[in-house]
Design a protein around this ligand. Sequence first.
Ligand code: SAM
Length: 303
Amino acid sequence: MLECYFCHVRAEATKRLTSEQGRFFVDCGANPLTNLYADLQRLRKNLPTPPVSLGRQVFGGLSCLSAPPSKRLCVGAGFTAHRPLYRKWRNVQLLERTSYILSQAMGRQATQPTEEAVRRALTKEGWVNNTPSVQDVVRGWVAPRDPPTCSRSLIRSISEQSWRGLAVRDFGGEKGKGVVATCPMDKGDVVCDYHGTLISQAEGRRREDSIYRFYFQELCIDASSRCDCHPEVDTYGRFLNHSRKRPNLKPKRFDLTFPDGPRPVLVFFAMQNIKVGEELLWDYGMTRTSFGGEGKDLAWLDM
Ligand SMILES: C[S@@+](CC[C@H](N)C(=O)[O-])C[C@H]1O[C@@H](n2cnc3c(N)ncnc32)[C@H](O)[C@@H]1O
């Protein structure tokens, strides 16, 4: 399906642009997509037939929803008998469904889902046949590798900025906006990423001063303005305020493999259990005496 998107939808839509201006996933009007998952679902529904070729790629583009390959497609793909291919298709669909339900039922930390969570996710889909059993889904869980470079749910949350349990609140005064928890979080939960444009540390320093820049190692994430990938979204990371004495989040770098290639990301983890309504804070790593006392009049830096 992605092949179909790149060959037909994107190629057509971006034909008239002189520059892609950082757009990666676009709609038919070449506007950047903010919710790739919803759009892929739409594309999937509108595909007249699932793309079929040989081998495990047979069902390239197969999804939990796609229709079985027709006899004509099977013959076209070099299979003389329709039945064995159909059985294979069902097996692949079952695997796809198992992994989809797992991704829906897993906790924020990609922990093993409970039977109850799996049952809920299955009920929501309402599949009538070729449905994985609750036990098979639970057994299909594999402990995530550390670092979770391939974690589908993490990659999806970052790509779609679909973080749950967060809200931006305006505290007023010099503090301005901040982020609060709207659902309880457990120690170790992934909360959100610091989202922005990835640039070099040197480039970050060349740009005009901004409070929305996160420097780490040789890199910098610039969140001074809304990012090209989510132009309509106020991402959460940039609104997280600082606390030196009572931080409840800790940032950590991961190198994740996105569909367009690997790239480093900064992800915030809960350092402790967090209650609903609590403000989410991390230690910017600065005090009033840092940088030769540059912030000596900023009392909040030491709090
Ligand atoms: C990355 S922004 C955080 C979001 C910001 N509060 C806003 O409204 O956009 C960093 C800036 O927020 C403010 N800030 C962060 N933590 C604070 C705190 N604990 N008390 C007061 N102001 C804070 C400072 O002005 C700082 O330069």
